[in-house]
Design a protein around this ligand. Structure first.
Ligand code: ZN
Length: 310
């Protein structure tokens, strides 16, 4: 894996803050996106097109989309759960939509408002009618476990994925929405998907609810995944998944990967700065660990950067 490149999709502007009681202004969200760009993060989930009554933090989706910098190489994604959300994302100029549905029926009904099969049917319709210049990727939530139904059998996950793959998503993400997966689960499910669909680009969306997130990220990379979602500071949660906590912290992932010889294109120092800025805006301690400890070795010139003689 050393020498490989892993793409990090920054999701703090969407998954990261959607469940935060402190509402960020549109300008703050755009500053967060700018700071992520400063750090070298290029692909970002910037907002979601959902009912603002259900997710008030995302009520300014159109304003965020309108304010995105167009001259900095950013590739911006809007999260959509249905046709209406997809149409809103396209109407405000986004060129990638991440369509999300859930592997378990109960969670899909709670989160998407319809049974999983209806979400699959809507995905089919979106894929058939999407403008040619709009990329439609797919995220399957609760791919490793459901807060309401418990275990999600592999056969159920594969049945949902197979029904979706007929409609050729540009990329397929497995989401551990409630952070229950272990590295063994990641390897087993990624290899099952990879065997069935050898060519589709795979992405992992991991939450660190039970402290397995970073280990799961590494397991995913060992299993061949080259794209991971992460959130500055490890912020995040799901309004419809009880006790779900944050995504894997972007800067912790960058630290692990770069120190392992895996390139990310992300500056650890700038990512830590952005995470600290976000922590200040949210007015609470966020879960990221490297932002508290600092990188290693420390950059030249900082106190402690040169080892003391014994
Ligand atoms: Zn999530």
């Amino acid at each position: 894996m050393s020498g490989d490149f892993v793409e990090i999709v920054e999701v703090s502007p969407r998954d990261g803050i959607q469940n935060e009681p402190t509402l960020l202004s549109t300008d703050d969200k755009l500053e967060l996106i700018g700071r992520a760009l400063d750090a070298g993060l290029r692909r970002m989930e910037v907002t979601s097109f959902v009912n603002p009554k259900r997710v008030p933090q995302m009520a300014d989706a159109e304003a965020v989309a309108a304010g995105l910098p167009t001259d900095r190489g950013g590739r911006y994604i809007g999260l959509t759960l249905n046709r209406r959300g997809f149409d809103r994302a396209v109407a405000c100029g986004l060129r990638e939509a991440n369509y999300a549905l859930v592997a378990s029926e109960t969670f899909n009904i709670r989160n998407q408002g319809v049974p999983t099969d209806d979400s699959i049917a809507a995905f089919a319709e979106i894929r058939q009618s999407a403008p040619a210049d709009v990329t439609v990727s797919l995220t399957v939530g609760a791919a490793f476990g459901c807060p309401f139904e418990g275990e999600v059998p592999l056969a159920r996950l594969m049945a949902v994925i197979e029904a979706c793959m007929v409609h050729a998503p540009a990329e397929l993400a497995l989401a551990d929405t409630i952070g229950v997966a272990t590295p063994a689960d990641i390897k087993a499910r990624i290899s099952a998907v990879r065997s069935a669909f050898p060519d589709v680009p795979l992405r992992l969306h991991l939450h660190n609810t039970r402290n397995t997130g970073i280990a799961n990220a590494w397991a995913g990379i060992e299993a061949g995944v080259r794209c991971l979602d992460a959130s500055l500071g490890g912020v995040g949660g799901c309004p419809f998944a009880p006790r779900a906590t944050g995504n894997i912290p972007t800067e912790d992932l960058v630290y692990m990967l770069e120190r392992s010889g895996v390139k990310t294109g992300v500056s650890l120092e700038a990512a830590m700065d952005a995470a600290l800025w976000l922590e200040g805006k949210l007015e609470k301690t966020v879960p990221g660990m490297v932002m508290k400890a600092g990188g290693f070795p420390k950059p030249q010139g900082e106190p402690g950067s040169s080892p003391r003689a014994a």
